[in-house]
Design a protein around this ligand. Sequence first.
Ligand code: 6GU
Length: 232
Amino acid sequence: MRIDIVTIFPEFFGVLDISLLGKARTSGLLEVQAHDLRQWTHDRHRTVDDTPYGGGAGMVMRPEPWGEALDALAPDADVSENGPVLIVPTPAGERFTQSLAREFAAEKHLLFACGRYEGIDSRVVEHAETRMRVRQVSLGDYVLNGGEVAVTAMIEAIGRLIPGVVGNPESLTEESHEDGLLEYPSYTKPSVWRDLEVPPVLLSGNHAAIAAWRREQQVERTRRVRPDLLPD
Ligand code: 6GU
């Protein structure tokens, strides 16, 4: 998969060089490039933002550099299923979920547009929608200063679903949210630590009993912490 990120902080994405995703990049499963939006400005001050029409607080990102960036990075743009998907992180977007991560993991080319300030001039998305698939996506109901942290989280969630990135594919399905429930508690050696015992069923060798106990723990935890995930 190829991932392009447009941002005014390309150095921010150095974190993607490390750990599992770093390995995926070295092995060629994942090709990630962060691009400085300012390379598509033409004035001496490399201006990317301006005051909002209609007034109000903050600054809005001007459309021209974004238009040039998207032209350059998605010359093959196509509203059908073949071209890249433009993902715009915004607290005003649809919610990013495990199922959306799975959908994006099946794509060949993702293009992330990181806004700062009060966002990007709305015509950028309006125009992009005429030539490619566009998704405005939010991590959750809170506000970040810009899209960079959100995009890092999304790339980690998407990247680990690309076949070959996570060594043991079973560790993908045994996670919170993969089956609509939170995950069960895990334990390792020693069996007693600071007077706390590992639940005896896990030492029983009875695989059916272990599976039933884990499922019960998942349902109980989900009911307690995230009842919104359970069917009514
Ligand atoms: Cl995707 N962007 C920003 N700026 N804030 C957020 C967000 C995204 N998701 C939650 N808060």
